[in-house]
Design a protein around this ligand. Structure first.
Ligand code: ZN
Length: 485
């Protein structure tokens, strides 16, 4: 038996080999499992790597660049715009926010890939910039997306930056903590007054109370414009309606922290500067609010604005818009789709005969930055030809669908490219009242306002928008008049 206890060297070798093999294979198995996980991880992180074109341009605001990123993948279209500055902390904060929106969108698409392929996905992120008299910028980032044709609620998020110091003021830096209650009272008052939320059944009394409840979190999304503070009540959205309320600084000056208070002096100095640009007529330094209004009334033709209507013509909405424009003896610019001009030539003709300007908005509204040169050329050329055939006049300018344009697109047309600076988002909120709010918050001398003459709500809200613009000394010009083209 002893003999049996003694192993043969060969047996030892075999045993060792077997042990090594076992260790080896479990190590391999472990490695394999690991590499499998990292492979699937890679697959998810790949979500971020959708091919896209990134463009960087200077904005009208000193120290601020606009980054535009447009997807080159037709399955995952997106158009994203966000601000960047000379300050790293701000840049990172904005990028992180944008990245999370984009990631969620792409993840949703990946998860729903098996469903109906014909329904489209879309992600749009754009922003507005406002400037407080103390130099602080507010950026209002508006996000909308559709997944498989289903429009999501969208969201609004604000960022703030002092371009000199890099500071990013929050609500606590602007309004004293103990004054939130008073601020809320103003918010309710202005919400009732300017948005007419109850009259228009936008919100119930209970909903107004919930939105404006004096809690910090309800007031964290805000913008500091040159004359007022605007709050976006994004916490409790209902019916796709985001309540927005703007309160003039003069009403809440006492609630503001010193750095953000408007002194009478500041106001008049600022106003003087503004006037000097347009007009050499100096006002003495005690110029007040009344003089400012008076001054604007005296020189009503100084501020110009171009109203533009895209995606039509539409037999109902375009016709209603023509009536309103006529009431104000205003001329506007209509960026028409060739395919719709073919459908409604008599409407296009009526727009032209009323003295408005017609622009080219492509034949079928594709993202031309994703099309080949032949397609780009035919989309634009075919549309120009039908507009000329119907009205006897060539279109004055070209507005690329989605504002998506690159050098390749530009090379395919001689028409000047016309974009916009005030996006009313009328296609999104479909609210005549919000149309006014967006214009009020963003319009300035020389603005081109983007609207769409295919949504009845745009026609509903237009009269109030025009009344507001007239009251504030604007005159209406066409895009070619404004751009001198
Ligand atoms: Zn369009």
């Amino acid at each position: 038996m002893k003999k049996n206890h003694r192993r043969f060297p060969l047996f030892d070798v075999l045993l060792t080999t077997l042990t090594l093999l076992l260790i080896g294979s479990s190590a391999y198995l472990l490695f394999y499992l690991n590499s499998d996980t990292s492979a699937s991880l890679k697959k998810t992180t790949k979500i971020d790597d959708v091919p896209s074109t990134i463009d960087e341009t200077e904005s009208n605001f000193a120290g601020i660049k606009i980054i535009t990123e447009i997807s080159n993948d037709t399955d995952t279209p997106f158009a994203i715009q966000y601000p960047q500055s000379n300050h790293l902390a701000f840049n990172d904060k904005v990028k992180k926010y944008i990245k999370s929106l984009k990631y969620d969108y792409l993840l949703n698409i990946t998860e729903n890939k098996q469903e109906n392929k014909n329904l489209k996905n879309e992600l749009n992120i754009s922003f507005d910039t406002f400037k407080h008299p103390n130099g602080t910028y507010s950026f209002v980032i508006v996000h909308n997306e559709s997944l498989k044709g289903q429009e999501d609620d969208g969201s609004i998020h604000t960022f703030h930056l002092n371009p000199e110091t890099g500071e990013m003021p929050t609500l606590q830096d602007v309004v004293t903590d103990q004054d939130i209650d008073k601020l809320a009272e103003f918010a309710v008052e202005y919400l009732y007054e300017t948005e007419k939320v109850i009259e228009n059944h936008l919100l119930s009394v209970e909903e107004v109370m919930i939105h404006t409840e004096p809690l910090k979190k309800n007031y964290e999304q805000f913008a500091l414009t040159d004359e007022m503070i605007t709050f976006y009540f994004t916490e409790h959205q209902s019916n796709d309606y985001i309540p927005i309320v703007s309160i003039p600084y003069e009403k809440i000056n006492d609630l503001l922290k010193k750095d953000f208070q408007i002194t009478k002096n500041d106001g008049s100095v600022k106003e003087n500067n503004k006037v000097e640009v347009d007009n050499t007529n100096g006002i003495d330094s005690k110029g007040k609010q009344d003089e400012k209004v008076l001054d604007k009334k005296k020189n009503p033709s100084e501020k110009r604005v171009a109203l533009t209507f895209d995606d039509g013509p539409d037999p109902d909405v375009t016709t209603r818009i023509l009536t309103i424009l006529d009431k104000y003896e205003a001329k506007a610019t209509f960026y028409m789709l060739g395919s719709r001009v073919e459908y409604y030539p008599e409407v296009a003709k009526k727009v032209h005969e009323a003295g408005h300007e017609l622009g080219n908005h492509s034949w079928t509204h594709p993202d031309l930055t994703k099309a080949n040169t032949e397609k780009i050329f035919s989309e634009i050329d075919r549309t120009s030809r039908i507009i000329e055939a119907v009205t006897g006049e060539k279109p004055f300018s070209f507005r690329p669908p989605y504002g998506a344009v690159n050098d390749v697109v530009k090379q395919q047309t001689d028409l000047p490219i016309a974009l916009w600076d005030v996006d009313t988002l009328d296609w999104k909120h479909r609210s005549g009242l919000q149309l006014l709010t967006y214009v009020q918050n963003s319009v300035k001398d020389g603005s081109i306002i983007l609207m769409h003459d295919i949504h009845p709500s745009t026609a509903d809200g237009l009269d109030a928008v025009m009344a507001f613009l007239v009251e504030n000394g604007y005159t209406f010009v066409t895009v070619s008049e404004l751009t001198g083209g």
